[in-house]
Design a protein around this ligand. Structure first.
Ligand SMILES: NC(=O)c1ccc[n+]([C@@H]2O[C@H](COP(=O)([O-])OP(=O)(O)OC[C@H]3O[C@@H](n4cnc5c(N)ncnc54)[C@H](O)[C@@H]3O)[C@@H](O)[C@H]2O)c1
Length: 350
């Protein structure tokens, strides 16, 4: 295989950015685009000179000029389309969240094993240059023991367009926690190198979208109804096997002073850190002064800082896949436990 030929399933908002990342790689090209909305698939195909255009996913899966698919559709279809693609002999890069629940996610991993097709979840926050720099510092051992992470992505008015699939539990599975919370939960565990949760306590709230408030302009899907039955704020405490804790807060809409609050803060026995932007906090052993280091010398572990390039390089070369199936499954299990904890009002043991 000289070049990896990609097909895109779902030609909505995120696919416009993802298509650009794919064509930026010297050994990848886009050969097919699909969407149930033909006009949208045609627009993407025209913008990126993609030769084949389909409305049925099965037509794209049957196309001989496609080696791998990138899937970016409403969450309800993530597992079934990933499975159908692998059974048709295509490698799969799926956008987050993994699935509607851990059972679906397990089935996707089982089919990847059975068919031998590569499956990867595209968690783009791991590939941010700030994240990669902090990861390099973690790998140097400079933090000592990382015993706490505080992760938050709070928006003041950031609900994707009201009336689209994003607000429907049947199509999205959950709201802010599946859309943005999942990113920082995954990033925290990646930076701590700890995907072994033991218990989860979570709360979710629906206070803005159900009143028609807090809308932003993200998303291309059509407005189909006025259902909004997902969370627009969620909070969780996740206890890990080595005793470390992650505190996660996420909101699509809330009364906060800024438009957006977004960070992962790490607390180690020898060093503290912020990821966005990348900064380190430490006491200097020579003059006992407390320092904030803003120009971190560590180089990003992956110079390209791109999830698509990692997927392609992994297939062509020896670059390790950054998001493993087991890690993605662990994150899904935590998301399930947050929902279960909210239903029961109790802490959930995993
Ligand atoms: N990694 C990120 O930062 C990031 C950002 C945004 C969205 N996403 C994920 O990408 C996915 C798509 O989000 P979006 O923002 O592009 O949404 P969007 O609403 O803009 O686009 C979704 C597209 O999927 C199409 N579609 C619906 N059902 C389909 C089906 N069964 N088969 C094929 N196409 C179908 C719709 O017609 C629409 O064009 C979601 O899973 C979302 O969580 C990831």
């Amino acid at each position: 295989m000289q070049r990896l030929r990609f097909g895109i399933i779902g030609s909505g908002k995120i696919s416009q950015y993802s298509a650009q990342s794919i064509v930026n790689h010297p050994r990848a090209e886009l050969t097919a685009a699909q969407d149930i909305n033909r006009k949208r698939a045609e627009q993407l195909a025209s913008a990126f000179e993609i030769p084949h255009c389909f409305t049925e996913a099965s037509e794209l899966f049957a196309c001989d000029e496609v080696d791998a698919v990138y899937i970016a559709v409403p969450n309800k279809y993530h597992a079934e389309l990933s499975i159908a693609a692998m059974r048709a002999g295509k490698h799969v890069l799926l956008d987050k969240p993994f699935a509607m629940n851990a059972q679906e996610a397990e089935e996707v991993l089982r089919v990847s094993e059975e068919t031998g097709q590569l499956f990867a979840l595209g968690m783009n926050q791991r590939f941010n240059e700030n994240s990669q720099k902090i990861k390099a510092v973690v790998q140097s051992g400079a933090f000592g023991e990382i015993y706490y992470a505080k992760a938050y992505w709070m928006r003041r008015e950031g609900i994707p367009r009201l009336g689209t699939w994003f607000g429907s539990k049947a199509l999205a599975g959950a709201g802010s926690i599946y859309d943005i919370g999942v990113h920082l939960l995954d990033l925290s565990l990646y930076l701590m190198d700890n995907f072994e949760p033991v218990s989860v306590f979570g709360s979710t709230y629906t206070k803005f979208g159900n009143r028609g408030l807090g809308e932003s302009d993200w998303g291309l899907s059509d407005k189909t109804d006025s259902i909004f039955d997902v969370d627009d704020l969620a909070a969780a405490m996740i206890k890990l096997k080595n005793g470390a804790t992650v505190c996660l807060e996420t909101s699509w809409a809330s009364h906060i002073p800024e438009n957006e609050r977004l960070n992962v803060e790490l607390f180690g026995t020898d060093l503290g850190a912020s990821v966005y932007p990348a900064k380190l906090y430490k006491r200097d052993p020579l003059d006992a002064d407390y320092r904030t280091i803003e120009n971190i010398a560590a180089k990003p572990g992956l110079p390209h800082c791109d999830r698509f390039h990692n997927f392609i390089n992994h297939l062509f070369e020896d670059e390790p896949l950054i998001v493993s199936g087991e890690q993605a499954l662990a994150v899904q299990r935590i998301l399930d436990a947050i929902a279960e904890s909210c239903r029961s009002g109790k802490s959930i043991d995993l």
